[in-house]
Design a protein around this ligand. Sequence first.
Ligand code: GDP
Length: 214
Amino acid sequence: MSQTAPFDEEALEAARKLFARETCFLMGAAAISGLPEADLPEVAFAGRSNVGKSSLINAVTGRKELARASNEPGRTREVNFFVLDERLRLVDLPGYGFAKVSREVAKKFQNLGRSYLRGRPNLKRAYLLIDARHGLKAVDGEALDAFDQAAVSYQIVLTKADKLKPAEVAKVTEATLKAVSKRPAAFPRVLATSSETGQGIPELRAEIAAACAL
Ligand code: GDP
């Protein structure tokens, strides 16, 4: 299975311009009742704690401190909303798989994430972040199931690609694509990114713009 680059220079430039506009923190919701109105297109980011989710949101929006790049589980318990130029929202879903919290607490975050996925008509795409060094693990299976059950279109984004050689990145990209190929709601393209080097960030911006028809 091979992937061709779907975006031309023009699309990449348009997406760059879109994301050069201001992104602000809108709000954090600790319960499903506290979500903002579903009046703008949204894309959501999910992943195991420490996968590099905050760093990726910061890289995509060009803001260093927008999403707190922190490993502390307590900071990522809410669904956090960021708004880009009053045109789209980026949604940071609670991280999963932390060792430090109890099963009960972990369940609560997962339920919040699940409720968000199920009840959001303006959610255009979810991005599931996977550490390129590890690939898909058992702990990610529940997230994949939740997306499929909610019938949310989702795309896998490999993070920290700078930690691997290009040939290794290509290998894990292929393997990941193959692993999700039979899942009904999985988008048939896997993006390799690095928040450190900027690899894949222009393409991710273009993916988001296309998913939101912007
Ligand atoms: P989160 O818990 O998913 O929000 O993860 P963070 O964004 O806080 O990142 C977790 C750790 O991974 C931090 O030490 C980051 O500096 C590091 N990290 C995040 N993205 C990258 C990346 O693209 N490359 C490298 N080398 N390290 C990264």
